[in-house]
Write a protein that binds this ligand. Sequence first.
Ligand code: NIG
Ligand code: FE
Length: 421
Amino acid sequence: MKARSVKKTLAVLHASQLVTLAGPKRPRVGAELCDLAIIPDGGMLVSDGVIVATGPSGEIEKQVPGDAEVVDATGRVVLPGFVDAHAHPVFAGNRVHEFEMRARGASYEEIAAGGGGIRSTVRKTRAATEDQLLAQAIKHAKWFIRCGTTTVEAKSGYGLSVEDEIKILRVVRRLNQETPVEFVPTFLGAHAIPEEFQSAPDRYVSLIVDEMLPRIAEERLAEFCDVFCERGYFDLATSRKVLSAARDCGMGMRMHADQLTNGGGAELAAELGATTADHLEQTEAPGIAAMKRAGVQPVLLPGSVYSLGKTRYPRAREMIEAGLAVVIATDFNPGSSPTPSMQMVLSLAATQMKMAPAECVTAATINAAYSLTRGDRIGSLEAGKLANFVLHDCEDYRELAYYFGVPQTHSVYAGGERISW
Ligand code: NIG
Ligand code: FE
């Protein structure tokens, strides 16, 4: 985890709203999702990169040492940095030609069946060097920062060979060293069956289990393992096999579940005790009940539904009513969701999934942090937590979801330091 050592004391004063999300030390459920613990005319004291105190500006002002740097947040909302709990930020090239094909009427599934889709990004990513991938990923990291995001989950999955998957995860490690964003590495070798294994998909699953997972665990290159559980990709049996092997290697489990078809992915995530089940566009009541019983966090990705021109969004309201600790994320990737913007995701969650703006903010910060096992360190503005926070150019946090298409990020801080990238 990234904790930069900053010696000076920093005081943020007069935020129109200091949106702290202070509350119970666990993911928020039900009505708790609406409780943002906002301090009007709020202030915050930061020392050594860690939050020392929050409160009304009048109270915080009394504690500010003479040599402290003061940030005047008048007229601005201050929020924790967004935590993007589902993203694929390391890849080569883009798929703008497929975007045009979809605009002209082709579907994501048709394009994939014709040899495009994930496999076209795999071809480009295999051909790229580690340095080339890093250069492009740094460009993506700058976009995340500009969107007010300070933590990003980073999946592999565009290599699909031992060396190419490891190459991507090494890029994620270097991103952590060379950018101020914290990237959380996830191994997604089970993203698609690569071309050379088309006639023997079982052999590819064996390669994942017998060679990729042990190497990646040994080199500590991933905290989580993910599987694209979907018709034509990895079925329930192979998903179970890969994720169980990952669990045996000490990795946490995440899943791309029920995105295009309802194949029982949510139920499998529950059976395995996965940390998250992601997408869930096609998940129905039994899958929601299973996730509730097992404490699986749903990670909803409305950007991918939007960008693919589809209309069926996940049933966020039913999930919230069932007591699930909902997370929203960008799914940033070149195929289905080319956006790094959590603000756009907030807008989509509000308009298409009927989540209240406060629910959106909780799902994009503290709940997301817990889904990455970092809820004790980030995701809220509370004493003892890392000072990852963002000033936004609005006076009411609801404006973040309301105005879309206009960037509202004013300035971004990670570990108490302003990121000026
Ligand atoms: O989350 N569904 C699988 N993976 C990505 C898409 C990847 C791609 O199209 O390149 C997703 O939507
Ligand atoms: Fe994804």
